[in-house]
Design a protein around this ligand. Sequence first.
Ligand code: PMP
Length: 424
Amino acid sequence: MKNSAISERKNQSISRGVGMTTQIYADRAENSEIWDVEGRRYIDFSSGIAVVNTGHRHPKVIEAVKAQLDRFTHTCHQVVPYESYVRLAERLNGMLPGKFEKKTIFVTTGAEAVENAIKIARNATGRQAVIAFAGGFHGRTFMGMALTGKVVPYKVGFGAMPGDVYHAPFPVPLHGVSVADSLAALDRLFKADVDPARVAAIIIEPVQGEGGFYDAPREFLTALRKLCDQHGMLLIADEVQTGFARTGKMFAMDHHEVAADITTMAKSLAGGFPLAAVTGRAEIMDAPGPGGLGGTYGGSPIGVAAAHAVLDVIEEEKLCDRANTLGARLKQRLQSIRDDVPEIVDIRGLGFMNAVEFNDVKKGLPSAEIANAIRLKALDKGLILLTCGVYGNVIRFLAPITIQDGVMNEALDILESSIREVCA
Ligand code: PMP
């Protein structure tokens, strides 16, 4: 089978609305490597967009899923429940930051987790308005779209968004927005647009993912927590991309002494199986009446079995420490070439959630062209990279945290030669 032949069929049969960053069709995958249908091997620095922090087909995850397949695959937790769902909720309740009683629900995707977090926040507070941040990404459902702080391509042509959603600037000092600027903008929002007494929640990614891998400064999160407490608003942390050891801690909020009232999780929670969760203060999570939350596939036994194995692997293989080691190595390599490559304007990231940002040196402006050219060059050499950012000029690194040292070195060599060739 040829990639090009399948691509032609794809163009005939699949909506172009489903964008694709590569045209290589997967045949099999193992840890940090993917082989395509033509037998070519790639090193995967995308992890299926931050989903396989524990690597493709981790033996423990596969073993747990196989064992579950042999017992039952679907009963619907709302009809015939299962203990593994309850136990996973107990594990997450015990793991998330905040010294208060917590409860959890399971759904299937990150967007659904976000939808439910807002439903719960509105129900618990009896308020309607929600504040999100420019550059943020929260999914492709209607509330997800409304909360997402980027118009193209996420909101264009999709009609009216749910109302009462407001955006404030996310602090990115590199692009001229300080913490003080963001807080001043929130203050203006409360004066000009929405009474804080009507605001149910502020939702924030502790590290913006699709928006460019910018981490929210601790003083900003502390200030948001204070504002929420002052006005009776809830703080929602969207940890869909940042969770499960990616940032060198189990959750990105663990870097700060700030606990969210509600947290959304998905992606690496179940190491490649569709599972998402919402965890929050018990009394808030209990606000909606029976039947108000859930979904046919929410907390699928397969996903739940995988998630138990993922949590075990993160602990047993000390993946938080490993994320810090790998991230330091990646940033060091990028630093070492920075002197020769003035196009690199920033190297950053917590743990193994790292990014490098490129400018057009002559124009002094962000360059999506350079980032994309490097991505394509690396793909040609067998390394799968992703870009991101409001300006599209960021290469983000999301390799499995289980990547072997040899494969990591090989990937770093490809990355370095790709950057040098494009920026020569
Ligand atoms: N929130 C964040 C922070 C995300 O990064 C994403 C996915 N990139 C989502 C929500 C939506 O998740 P899903 O694609 O599983 O619906």
